[in-house]
Design a protein around this ligand. Structure first.
Ligand code: UD1
Ligand code: CA
Length: 457
């Protein structure tokens, strides 16, 4: 029996007070809906149907690259039952339908697997949770033997029903062939004038079809995002979940509450991550990597034993083993550090290779360059790579020594073992193994006196 996932994502999300559709709000750096679609993929869904309405074009656009997804337009939001019904023409009869919400991003695959299992047995499975404050949710009404009878919405509930703390999360699964006629039979004769998906439960019971409540792991797992506060709560819950997985994998987190992973973080053995670190996109940290406080690493791979000192940013870069980076270093896209390279404070590197054992330690910009091995780049050195129209390369050979305050006007080459005197502006090839200095001679003016106040008129 194939699994067809229907994701409800047509609601407006006014309480976000945002120009962005709710399901596109980022959680751990990715749209809420992306998390839900990941879950649907992980369940091995045969079909995924996303019901869109408010902000529909923007939502489709955001997932333009995605395949095997049916986008279903719900022109007006007449209720959750109506929303699911819009997707049913694309669902085969021999399937199980699983309803997810685009704004409930943290539900776990394993929990949903249990829901789907019940539906495969021909019953209706409803994901429930016990809440200390159930206000606003549909309540699970059970009969004398504990069997589920129906779900009543807050606005339709009696005072006694409102006291029930077991609520409907909104997520459910049912065999398609059963669901189809029930959806067609829904009416909107209720306090909100909507076609409630939840009314399917009473219809199932009336036909003698079993309804199975499946309890969620806890309130966090089924947290629905309606406002910024709930979005922050979800971020924090997800942060905890990610941190806990990293700790289990043997990573040291100085404070599990202060590490943000917005993408996929892969770690080797004995990785140490200090507070305030942010990882974005696909990041890999090899064995023994140490990430200092407040570093940002984006879409990069860091070699074994490499250390990032505080406040460093590494973006779309690759570092070899045993490198030292920062504090306050910025590695921009296309940076490649070979084994043991050192990049110090207030150094910016872009689209450049720095060879093994080379040092670029202070206040330097190296862009569009190839730096050989065992090179020393002095403080305040700058590659002038941009002439206002085009970018040019600087090539520095192995073992070169660049004095402090040097400007390398690209395209330019410094030969192996060359030495460049401090303060030089180098615009022609500096030959290998020789000293090149471009600097006016220092003079001392004899008998010169400093002007005094009230002197010359
Ligand atoms: C729904 C459930 C309620 C449950 C609660 C959990 C119904 C009738 N009620 O109530 O029992 O406790 O969720 O949060 O199902 N949507 C559409 N099209 C529509 C209406 C809704 O796509 O026409 C989408 C929304 O974007 C949202 C989801 O369905 O993602 C739920 O809609 P919402 O209005 O939040 O439902 P609740 O009234 O909260
Ligand atoms: Ca809601």
């Amino acid at each position: 029996m194939g699994l067809e996932v229907v994701v409800l994502a047509a609601g407006q999300g006014t309480r976000m007070r945002s120009g962005l559709p709710k399901v596109l709000q980022p959680l751990a750096g990715r749209p809420l809906l992306a998390h839900v679609l990941d879950t649907a993929d992980a369940l091995g869904a045969a079909g995924i149907h996303v019901v869109i309405g408010h902000g529909g074009p923007a939502v489709r656009e955001a997932f333009a690259g995605r395949q095997h997804t049916r986008w279903v337009e719900q022109a007006s939001q007449l209720g959750t039952g109506h929303a699911v019904e819009q997707a049913m023409p694309g669902v085969p009869d021999d399937a199980v339908v699983l309803v997810l919400y685009g704004d409930v991003p943290l539900v776990e695959t394993e929990t949903l697997g249990r829901l789907v299992e019940r539906a495969e047995q021909g019953t209706v499975a409803v994901l429930t949770v016990d809440l200390i404050d159930p206000t606003g949710y549909g309540r699970i009404i059970r009969g004398r033997n504990g069997q589920v009878l129906r779900i009543v919405e807050e606005k339709d509930a009696t005072e006694a029903e409102k006291a029930i703390r077991e609520v409907n999360t909104g997520l459910m699964a049912a065999p398609a062939a059963r669901l189809r006629p029930w959806l067609a039979a829904l009416d909107n004769d209720n306090a909100q004038g909507e076609f409630y998906l939840t009314d399917v439960v009473a219809l199932a019971v009336a036909e003698g079809v079993g309804v199975n409540p499946v309890a969620a792991g806890g309130p966090d797992e089924v947290l629905g995002i309606n406002d910024r506060r709930q979005l922050a709560e979800a971020e924090s819950a997800l942060r905890q979940r990610t941190a806990s997985a990293l700790l289990d994998a043997g990573v040291t987190l100085v404070d599990p509450a202060r590490v943000d992973v917005r993408g996929r973080l892969e770690c080797g053995q004995d990785v140490h991550i200090d507070i305030g670190a942010v990882f974005e996109g696909d990041v890999s940290l090899a064995d023994g990597v140490r990430i200092g406080p407040y570093c940002v690493v984006r879409q990069s791979s860091i070699g074994a034993g490499t250390e990032l000192h505080p406040y460093s940013l590494v973006d779309q870069s690759v570092t070899g083993p045993d490198c030292t980076i920062g504090p306050y270093a910025r590695l921009r896209p296309g940076t490649r550090l070979a084994e043991g390279a050192k990049v110090g404070n207030f150094v910016e590197i872009k689209n450049a290779e720095i060879g093994a054992g080379s040092k670029v330690n202070h206040l330097t910009y190296v862009g569009d360059a190839s730096v050989g091995k065992d090179v020393n780049v002095g403080a305040g050195t700058i590659t002038c790579n941009y002439d206002g129209a085009n970018k040019h390369r600087t090539v520095i050979g192995d073992g070169a020594f660049i004095g402090s305050g040097v400007e390398l006007v690209a395209p330019v080459e410094v030969g192996s073992g060359a030495t460049i005197g401090a303060g030089s502006t180098i615009s022609k090839t500096a030959p290998a193994g020789q000293l090149t200095v471009e600097r006016s001679r220092q003079i001392t003016v004899k008998g010169w006196e400093r002007p005094k106040k009230g002197g010359a008129k």
